[in-house]
Design a protein around this ligand. Structure first.
Ligand code: GLC
Length: 441
């Protein structure tokens, strides 16, 4: 019979991403970029944004709407030029609120209901007699034919609102604004959050060419030096969460099979905040079933899918008290798992660390793939702008990404750094709007 220690050792091997694998993955990712650009079959959607990096002279006050799937935020943002900005007012609301009895992200909600809710939020921030130009950060795969048109290809991150896939999101928003008497609010641009992060970082530091989100979802955008559409530089949304040439474990396969969209977003399901808690749960259940965890009250409770979220995984890793008392309190208070043994708590912490380290290394491999594409001789410096809860808050996550990049580029002249770029969705939408206005005039 296998012991707990042996099982954990096996798990560590299954979840380990070796330096050679990083390089192989990066090369496959670079190839997928090329295939996508050439319209060959590729897991990367390579969606054009109709934007290049900003001139940094963009100024003006704009409304930014940020729809990422968990919350909706509206911000009145003033761009001051050269990387400076001020947020004058903001409102934010969850899209799913049990206490207030609404949920706009299930298949029980329609596009019109969702956009009426969004229009209501916009209405709380705008004055009736003022004209507002609005930029919309819509963080889902969107097929754009111009800066202000975008058709939702399909939902990701388990969102299910009906009547949106295949529809032009700007038209849905404009119709809702009109239904709600907000004809003074004029949508000018729709962008992905990765594009917003890149725009914001490049507004501050012109050399930034890569923007990424490591949060509830995962995705990256980069500045393609020669876009197939214009032969000029254009920011491309990779939708890298759909990358699929990866070392899957049985847990990844199980998670995917039980998800809303089996087969879709394989990388995102291995790395992002929406899924890492579920991976930890599946592994813990497996150890329970093998009789290797002792806390009897835990098994039944752990049967609930998506019981664990990204914040729980952070907590598991943060607890450095000898007896893991913080984890113990959380298990008791939030999950009603009583009398957990220190050994079991340590196991949960170990699993969380293994899953997070794997996540950071896989993500870093995709960054390396982009760097190899834009700098084939690996001779330049690259700054990767990143936003999202994993990168910002998960203990050790940012360091693991940096370490992986440093190791992979050690024998080259290239350097890769990563920087936290906050407010990318709100400020990026304002920058995109300023660019739209400048292009028209
Ligand atoms: C999902 C979406 C993508 C978004 C990412 C981060 O992967 O498909 O568009 O950028 O989440 O929010």
């Amino acid at each position: 019979m296998s012991t707990l220690l042996t099982e954990l050792q096996i798990l560590a091997i299954q979840l380990r991403i070796l330096p050679t694998q990083i390089n192989i993955m990066a090369d496959k990712f670079s190839q997928a970029i090329l295939d996508g650009l050439e319209k060959k079959r590729s897991p990367l959607k390579m969606l054009p944004s109709y934007l290049s990096t900003p001139s940094r002279k963009e100024v003006g006050t704009f409304l930014a709407l940020d729809f990422g799937g968990t919350n909706v935020r509206v911000l009145l943002t003033q761009l001051l030029g050269q990387g400076h900005y001020r947020v004058h007012s903001r409102v934010a609301s969850p899209l799913h609120d049990i206490d207030n009895h609404y949920n706009y992200i299930t298949d029980q909600s329609t596009a019109d209901q969702l956009f009426d809710f969004i229009a209501l939020k916009i209405g709380t921030i705008v004055k009736p007699d003022t004209r507002y130009l609005l930029g919309h950060t819509f963080s889902f795969p969107t097929h754009q034919t111009s800066l202000n048109t975008g058709t939702l290809i399909h939902w990701t991150k388990e969102i299910e609102t009906t009547g949106m896939e295949g529809k032009d999101i700007t038209q849905l928003l404009t119709a809702a604004l009109s239904r709600n008497g907000l004809t003074n609010v004029l949508p000018q641009a729709i962008i992905n959050d990765t594009v917003g992060t890149l725009l914001t970082a490049a507004y501050m530091n012109q050399s930034t060419r890569i923007g990424s989100i490591c949060g509830t979802g995962h995705n990256t955008a980069y500045l393609e030096p020669s876009s197939p559409l214009t032969k000029a530089p254009m920011i491309i949304n990779l939708e890298s969460g759909n990358f699929d040439q990866l070392p899957f474990t049985s847990y990844d396969i199980q998670l995917d099979a039980n998800s809303e969209t089996p087969g879709a977003q394989p990388l995102e399901k291995m790395v992002s905040g929406h899924y890492i808690g579920e991976l930890v749960r599946l592994i813990a259940c497996n150890l329970f079933d093998a009789g290797l965890l002792a806390t009897s009250s835990g098994r039944n409770i752990l049967t609930t899918p998506y019981l664990l979220n990204g914040a729980h995984i952070s907590l598991l890793q943060e607890d450095d008290t000898g007896e893991l008392v913080i984890i113990n309190h959380w298990l008791e208070d939030s999950l009603h798992i009583t009398n957990s043994s220190i050994e079991d708590r340590n196991v949960l912490k170990t699993i969380a660390t293994l899953i997070c380290t794997r996540s950071a290394r896989l993500v870093a491999a995709t960054y390396l793939g982009i760097i190899k594409h834009i700098d084939p001789h690996l001779e330049h410096s690259h700054n990767i702008a990143i936003d999202g809860s994993l990168y910002e808050k998960m203990p050790g996550y940012a360091q693991d990404i940096q370490l992986t990049l440093d190791q992979a580029l050690a024998d080259t002249a290239a350097i890769a750094t990563t920087t936290l770029t906050k407010d990318g969705s709100g400020v990026g939408a304002a920058i995109a709007t300023a660019i739209a206005v400048n292009t028209k005039s």
